[in-house]
Ligand binder design. Structure first.
Ligand code: 5GP
Ligand code: ZN
Length: 142
């Protein structure tokens, strides 16, 4: 299940050192080497999967099942005032390591290092447009 040349598989195996936060049979969690904020943690499945598109539901379940406990541990320890979860898929969406991972980014206030730059386009879509888009996606769910 290990993928050659994957740095996160090497971190799971201990070939590359990491600051480990949590480990069990299914997942491994460690500090992001580039801390956006204090306690910025990555949680990854031990099964190599490139990103969300290729992830079996069982692997996703095991992965996300651990997110609340780790988030609460960060909350209890550093008392952030919020927490963002982030998952990037494919290079145009800023994925740089191609082993599925969820970022846990504790938030400490404005200018704490994290920013998301959403520009909303709610006015561009009528409710009929939204119904049609929902139907299109719904029809494609396998
Ligand atoms: P992505 O950009 O793919 O969503 O996130 C990949 C993350 O992995 C980046 O935030 C980057 O700092 C982190 N990262 C890359 N290489 C290493 C490493 O060798 N060790 C650790 N701990 N984090 C890494
Ligand atoms: Zn991997």
């Amino acid at each position: 299940m290990k993928h050659e040349d994957c740095i996160f598989c090497k971190i799971i195996d201990g070939e590359i050192p990491s600051a480990k936060v949590y480990e069990d049979d299914h997942v491994y969690a460690f500090l992001d080497i580039s801390q956006v904020t204090k306690g910025h943690t990555l949680i990854i499945p031990k099964t190599h999967t490139k990103n969300i598109y290729e992830t079996p539901a069982a692997v996703a379940s095991e992965l996300f099942a651990r997110v609340p406990a780790i988030s609460n541990a960060i909350k209890k320890t550093y008392k952030p005032i919020g927490m963002n979860l982030l998952n990037n898929n494919e290079a145009p969406a800023d994925q740089s390591v191609f082993h599925l991972h969820i970022h846990l980014i504790p938030r400490y206030g404005e200018n704490d290092g994290y920013s998301s730059n959403w520009i909303t386009h709610g006015d561009d879509y009528t409710s009929d447009d939204l119904q049609q888009i929902a139907k299109d996606i719904s029809n494609a769910i396998e």
